[in-house]
Design a protein around this ligand. Structure first.
Ligand code: IMP
Ligand code: MG
Length: 184
């Protein structure tokens, strides 16, 4: 069982709001329009990586007007200590043959880039009609592998952030904004 902490103490870990609900809503609405323009009526499959991207996914799917299906993947990363040699284990996969789809990967944050780099390689090997990656947040200064998303709504400095799906030890995903986490 997790230890009990006071609500006050819990809230005190939220250092400051980095991106407000309104700023997120505006950026997501624009992303929806961009996706509509790119696919121009062609159906898409939005694939989000659990758990962090679940809130972003819920908003992105409601911001697009092209016919859209949704799918989820869950990934765990294992690294052997050498920064570049990584293995991503898929603990839950999409239940579709993606060779029939224009796939849009919806991610919460790109940090070292290793998770998405591996997932994109894996998805490309399944020959989707096309594949694009959109991320809510990008921390390019932390990159360990060369990975660039097709769209990043916000580029942020090297802070650990929480909220809008992103967690610290599974907490704070339910905050409606993105905040900086107060590290000890
Ligand atoms: P990457 O493989 O290093 O790019 O890992 C990205 C994953 O690490 C994200 O999908 C998040 O789950 C997690 N992550 C990276 N930075 C943060 C952060 O600032 N807050 C919360 N989760 C993070
Ligand atoms: Mg994630």
């Amino acid at each position: 069982m997790k230890e009990t902490i006071s609500v006050e103490e819990f809230k005190n870990k939220i250092k400051r709001v980095l991106i407000t609900e309104e700023e997120i809503a505006e950026a997501v609405a624009k992303l929806g329009k961009d996706i509509d323009a790119i696919y121009d009526g062609r159906p898409i499959l939005l694939v989000s990586i659990l758990k962090g991207a679940f809130v972003f996914m819920a908003d992105v799917c409601r911001a697009v007007n092209v016919p859209c299906e949704i799918g989820f993947m869950c990934a765990k990363s294992y690294y052997d200590g050498t920064e570049s040699a990584g293995v991503v284990k898929i603990t839950m996969d999409i239940d579709k043959d993606i060779s029939k789809y224009h796939v849009v990967v919806v991610e919460d944050i790109i940090d070292t880039g290793r998770t998405l780099n591996d997932i994109v390689k894996m998805l490309k090997a399944r020959n989707p009609l096309s594949l694009r990656v959109v991320t809510l947040l990008d921390k390019p200064s932390r990159r360990l592998v060369d990975f660039k998303p097709d769209a990043a709504l916000f580029t942020i400095p090297d802070h650990f952030v929480i909220g809008y799906g992103l967690d610290c030890a599974e907490y704070y995903r339910n905050l409606p904004y993105i905040a900086e986490f107060k590290e000890e």
